[in-house]
Design a protein around this ligand. Structure first.
Ligand code: NDP
Length: 322
């Protein structure tokens, strides 16, 4: 089968399409024919060795497809079932082994591309808005990179909970998308003083929460945009890692809370995985949440997909089509 392999860590150029043996499902595992694989920022961290993996490895974590074989002891799924997953290593491939207890059934109402792109970012946006800082009606929150994969989902989920979104983006096109997703205010963070603008838009109060997946370049403004006892959810580092900080800064910012949450800890149990996946899928089926696919790439253009994502040229969700 064809798969995108990383033999040495580095830039997008290390992504190579290779012919390798099809993996075999072990006990409790499914072999799935991949209809589409989700492209995520974490894939770039794996490729660059920010989160080191033993070399060589087939890259990618997310996707959707049809079960073609089951390992011993699998009772929940059968050959032919449509499934989606957010944490099966080796998903940029024609076939991938998915642990059955990490797979979720795809409802008939969802097409393969939507299912492939929904879970990793969808469940992250779900835990950020429902668990990390549960948005209340009337809250104003700041969402950075609001036209990105995560940003569009966060903006829609905050709005659906009755919150008001102040969005940051870098271009006109991205501003239009953020507004379409529900953002009430949009700041060009490449040009403006974000914290100052946020104060002006909140009568000097600041926001209840900041969802920051950009990291190094936005962190200071995020901290300075919070209201007293607000929550800064630093969930990623698209612009680079945030340097170590003195806890006293949290006091000066107004007894604020800083957290650095990750999806795996929010879907660690089967019950949590099923709950978050179900709520994401139901919101999509009901039309209250849209996964906007901003780019579809053939498997041998995985390099281009990474270049575009890291080059800030993309909007919404990116998919690879084997
Ligand atoms: P996006 O689609 O949001 O792409 C990244 C966006 O970040 C860009 O389009 C760009 O938007 C903005 N950006 C600002 N500065 C930079 C920079 N220097 N380099 C690149 N991009 C920049 O990506 P994703 O939705 O896939 O991921 C967003 C973040 O969410 C990532 O940090 C990722 O790691 C994190 N994440 C965390 C999870 C968790 O469990 N904690 C799970 C899923 C994602 P603009 O042009 O508008 O500035």
């Amino acid at each position: 089968m064809r798969a995108v392999q990383v033999r040495a860590i580095g830039g997008p150029e290390v992504l190579e399409v290779v012919e390798i043996d099809e993996p075999q499902p072990g006990p409790g595992e499914l072999l799935v024919e991949v209809a589409a694989a989700g492209v995520n920022y974490i894939d770039t961290y794996h490729r660059r060795g920010v989160y080191p993996l033993p070399l060589p490895f087939v890259i990618g974590l997310e996707g959707a497809g049809r079960v073609v074989a089951t390992g011993d002891g699998v009772t929940e799924f059968s050959v032919g079932d449509r499934v989606a997953w957010s944490d099966a290593a080796g998903s940029y491939a024609e076939r991938v082994v998915v642990p059955a207890d990490r797979a979720v059934a795809v409802p008939d109402a969802l097409d393969d591309d939507t299912a492939a792109g929904a879970l990793l970012q969808g469940m992250t946006a779900h835990f950020l808005t429902a668990t990390t800082y549960p948005v209340q009606a009337g809250d104003t929150v700041l969402v950075h990179a609001a036209a990105g994969g995560m940003g569009l989902l966060l903006t829609q989920l905050v709005t659906a909970r009755g919150g008001r979104v102040i969005a940051t983006v870098s271009t006109d096109e991205k501003e239009a998308l953020a507004r379409q997703a529900g953002a009430a205010e949009v700041i060009r963070y490449t040009e403006a003083d974000v914290a100052k603008e946020v104060r002006a838009l909140t009568d000097g109060v600041g926001v209840a929460a900041v969802y920051d997946g950009v990291g190094a370049s936005t962190f200071d403004a995020s901290l300075d945009s919070l209201r007293i006892r607000g929550v800064l959810a630093l969930y990623g580092a698209a612009s680079g890692a945030v340097p170590p900080l003195d806890p006293q800064r949290l006091n000066k910012a107004g007894s604020v809370y800083l957290t650095r949450p990750t999806l795996v800890h929010h879907v660690a149990t089967r019950a949590d995985l099923e709950w978050r996946a179900r709520e994401v899928f139901e919101a999509i089926a009901a039309g209250t949440l849209t996964v906007r696919v901003g780019g579809r790439y053939p498997l041998d253009s995985a390099r281009q997909a990474h270049e575009d994502l890291e080059g800030r040229r993309t909007t919404g969700k990116l998919l690879l089509k084997p």
